[in-house]
Each structure stands twice: as structure tokens, then as C-alpha cells.
Design a protein around this ligand. Sequence first.
Ligand code: SOE
Length: 399
Amino acid sequence: MSTQSQLRVGMVGYAFMGSAHSQAWRTVNRVFDLPLHARMTAVCGRDEANVAAAAARLGWEQHTTDWRALVSRDDIDLIDICTPGDSHAEIAIAALAAGKHVLCEKPLANTIDEARQMAAAAERGAAAGVRSMCGFNYRRVPAVALMRRMVADGRIGDIRHVRAVYLQDWITDPQFPLVWRLQKDKAGSGALGDIGAHIIDLTQFVTGQRITGVTALTETFVKERPLPQASSGLSAAAGDGNGTVTTGQVTVDDAALFLARLDGGAIATYEATRFATGRKNGLRVEINGSLGSIAFDFERMNELEFYDATEPSTEQGFTTILVTEPDHPYLSAWWPPGHGIGYEHSFTHQARDLIEAIATGADPAPSFTDALQVQLVLDAVLRSAGHGSGWTDVEPIFA
Ligand code: SOE
């Protein structure tokens, strides 16, 4: 295969998100018929032995410990950033300057300043034909894409309410160690940026409306935790391996709640927490409009609930749409009708859409500017919570 028809990928980071992205790159051309073939050229990580093992396990041709060398290689077309937020800006800006397309995990950055610099670098890149996208993968769940389509088609009329929660429980135990997701300097914020960012993006994507202002509340229930021995993804062991356990401060929110106004007139509630005991990945969004309602729940991700208020009153009621048919977004490429898909498919769809955009010269979404706007909402939430939940406007993208 000529290198012109390939998209040679270099990925930085190989933990939870790196594994999910690797699965996508491995699968995407086997399922979708695309103009470019993704080639898993090299993966990068700090530890030589660990990154070598990850390369073998995840299917990368080569490995390296030097991301700067990776982004300047002639045989790399796209840099896929799956590291904690504290390195997103540096890697993305260097990669864009080197003329590489960039896919960057969410949230885009740890600060607004970094996010603005990244969005500016992406704009410069786009002018030179270089594409960039932020990885809000839940947009690519077929039921979510269908939800957006139905809302855009006017099936629920004018949107009044948006109700979004993202509930997890993996740090409920106070002895769970202080992994990077609980450190502000690495992650930027806690539940807010990690999972709250998803429901901000998802609701704005589905409604086509943007959050303009918020009043917010955050809480850190467990303020000190054992330092981790080693961590990977969401799992970790406490202590130094020799029985000594020292503790450190949790510097992020465990939970974030906020009310919001959207620019199309809707009002909204959001809740993101890692302390919802029993809720593992409970992402649920319900939207109520003048003509009906529509709801998505990740724990039943192949379904969509729909209430059509234009039906005769004798026949009204929530119906469950099984989003498993070839006419539904992304699904004609997968299994026969009714067979369903899972979490990892959202990443394969993300890779598919990015490859299409690169091959056709289109700007992929969500762009870095879209992701900057999510970052501005995160910032408004933290500012509001910081001054006693006072009403706080979201800073405009272009000041
Ligand atoms: C951990 O809270 C996490 O893995 C997030 O980082 C992901 O973005 C989300 O999809 C699932 O939860």
C-alpha cells in the first residue's frame, strides 16, 4: 500500500484511553470502507519496558520514549494524544507546528490559557490543511447521534429542559489512592473535567445550544488519600511496595453540580460525581421539548427513549427505540439488525469520522475551538463554586 493512502499514526500514552484508541485504530478499516488506511506506526510512553509491552499488546509496530522525536518524524501523519491533561497543550502545539493532524483526548487542556493556545494552533493548522479533533467519544454512540438527528428534525419541538448526570463510584473508598485523575496539576479538575466535560459536550451537541452561564457547587469528600505505588487507567495500589503508605492532598473536586442557561432558551441541570455508590458509568441525558421528550442512558446504550406528545392522547407514552438497525448512524457497517454494540465502538466511530475528514479535507468536529468552549464552561463552574455559587457567565470564545 502506498504511503499516500495510509494515515500513519503515532500515539502518546497507552493506559485506559490509549487502549481504547488502539482498539479503534486496529478495527476501523476492517469495519468501515475508508479512503485512508490507519497504520499503527508507533506508540510513545515514558517507561521503556512498559511502553514496549504496551506496543506488543495493543498492536503498534514500534515504540519510543521520546514524544518530541515522534512528532517530528517524517513517517508519522497523525499524533493521537492519550496522556493526562498536563501534557496535552505542549504535545498538540508541537505536533500541529510539525504539520501533523492531531486527535486529543478530553478535556482539551488543564487551563483556559492552554486551551486558547491549542485552539489558535489548530486554526493555523487548518489554514495549512492540518486537521485536529478533540475526543469526546460519546458523540459517536449511535443512539446519541440519532438523538441529535431527531432533535434537529424538530421531533421534540422547542427545547425547555436539559437534565444530565454522569455518575461513577470508583473512588468511594477513602483508601483508594491518589491517582493522577485526583491531582489538579495533572488533571486540571476532578469529576468536573473528567466526566462533567462529557455531558457538557454531549448536551450541547444534541441540542445545538451552548451554555452561557452557570451557578455551581463542588465538593471534595475525601481530602487526603494514600499515595499510589503505580497506577494504570483507573486502577492503582497504595504504598511504596514495601509496606510504607504515605498520604497526599486531593486537589480536585469529587463532585460538581450546576444549573445552566443555554443560548437557545433551554435551562439545564448537570451533575458529575465519582461518589454515586453503585453507579459505574451512569451517563444519562433527558431533554424535554414542547412536542415531546427524548432520553439516553449509557447503561442501555443501544436504546433511546422517546415520548411523542403529538400522538393521540390515547396512545401517548414513552417508547423505546432499539438503536440497532442499519439505518441508524454508523450501524450499517456492523452486525445484522438487532445485535447491538458497546463502549469501544464509539472510539472506532471517532476514528472513522476523523479519517473521513482528513481524506476529504473537511474540518472534523468537535474542533479544538469547540473543546475550548467546553473548557470555558468548566472554568465558569469552578469560578461560580469558588465564590459561593454566584451566577457566572461563561467567557466568550472570542473575547
Ligand atoms: C474515568 O472517570 C473515565 O474513564 C473518563 O476518563 C472517561 O472519559 C469516561 O469515558 C469514563 O470514565
